[in-house]
Design a protein around this ligand. Structure first.
Ligand code: ASP
Length: 331
């Protein structure tokens, strides 16, 4: 006997509900007992860069709070979108967590239908981590010494100048686009798997300039292995007090800071997300994390921003903002 259409629909609905429940439990994980095994945090850029640095800073205190090991895994490619797509498809059990930055909100406008995931529908937010200023830096022997000179030089030599980025949608790409479009120039973009390797080439004088987070540039600026022109915040920062702001150096439109947050796949149970949020909050209150971040020009977000609510609010607001900005630039 074949079931009538309504019965068939109810049966299919029940099956769909069952498969969702099974998906949540497919790794055999019991949310109440979480975590019972190592947790992996996926970094969407190469090791040694700013996203990797921030992740490794919080991994140890988070692991202590959770009572298990945290393994940091670098999955590079396509400005961070390869890793995000991979985590979206993982079991929703809290054992695979994504660290991502502002690129989570620029990707929909930049990649459109080619994006394999929806940053809002396919993830749950765990909490914001930090907001990091960016710096405009160049190889130590690049001719211009100030941002004003840099503007003139790049406008006169645009066909020769090279800019390092971590791929389309990366923060370095976003800041670089803002800068080159403000100057009305097109330079040659050299994409890397992350700004860790890009920084090696900048110090090695293989590429001319880059915009990158202070978490990857403060040491090199202080040691003089790169030349610094400006920081992209409204105020100067304590870690680099001599560095002018972009506004002071005549480029007020280059204002961007790079927020980071943690994500898990969409069907992850509440209990698991709550434990990850609590571990994140503990890590951000850890004095050694606060000190390490201060030394690299940033601070942990306040306690009430290391929450899914504050993180989701920022993510959705930023997706709308960047879709306007990138859309109007013809991104
Ligand atoms: N700072 C890089 C970016 O441009 C990413 C990284 O290597 O962490 O987004």
């Amino acid at each position: 006997m074949t079931p009538g259409p309504r019965k068939a629909a109810a049966y299919l609905g029940a099956l769909a509900g069952l498969s969702l429940t099974l998906a949540a439990c497919s790794s055999g994980a019991d949310p109440a007992a979480y975590p019972e095994d190592d947790v992996e945090i996926v970094v969407p850029f190469a090791a040694g860069g700013p996203t990797d640095t921030v992740t490794r800073m919080i991994a140890e205190p988070m692991a202590q709070e959770l009572g298990v090991q945290i393994v940091v895994q670098n999955v590079e490619g396509a400005g961070g979108t390869v890793a995000a797509g991979q985590v979206a498809a993982e079991d929703p059990d809290g054992y695979t967590v994504l660290m991502h930055h502002i690129g989570m909100s620029t990707a929909p406008a930049l990649y459109g239908d080619a994006l394999a995931y929806d940053p809002v529908a396919d993830f749950r937010t765990v909490g914001l981590v930090t907001e990091v200023p960016m710096t405009i830096i160049a190889r130590s022997d690049f001719e211009p010494d100030t941002l004003e000179d840099f503007v003139t030089y790049v406008q006169e030599h645009e066909s020769e100048v090279t800019m390092a980025t971590a791929g389309e949608g990366a923060a370095s790409d976003l800041c670089g686009r803002l800068l080159t479009s403000a100057l009305g120039v097109e330079v040659t973009v050299v994409p890397y798997d992350g700004t860790g390797p890009a920084m090696e080439d900048l110090v090695g004088k293989q590429v001319d300039f880059m915009c990158d987070q202070t978490t990857n540039t403060t040491t090199q600026i202080t040691e003089g292995t790169v030349k610094a022109y400006a920081v992209t915040t409204p105020e100067r920062i304590d870690a680099l007090p001599d560095l002018p702001t972009t506004a002071e150096a005549g480029q007020p439109d280059i204002a961007v800071s790079v927020w980071h947050g943690l994500y898990v796949p969409a069907e992850t149970p509440d209990e698991v997300v709550e434990k990850l949020t609590a571990a994140l909050q503990t890590a951000l209150a850890d004095q050694s994390v606060i000190d390490q971040m201060a030394g690299l020009g940033t601070t942990p977000v306040e306690h009430d921003r290391a929450t899914p609510e504050a993180h989701t609010e920022l993510l959705t607001e930023q997706i709308a903002t960047w879709s306007d900005v990138i859309g109007t630039q013809g991104g």
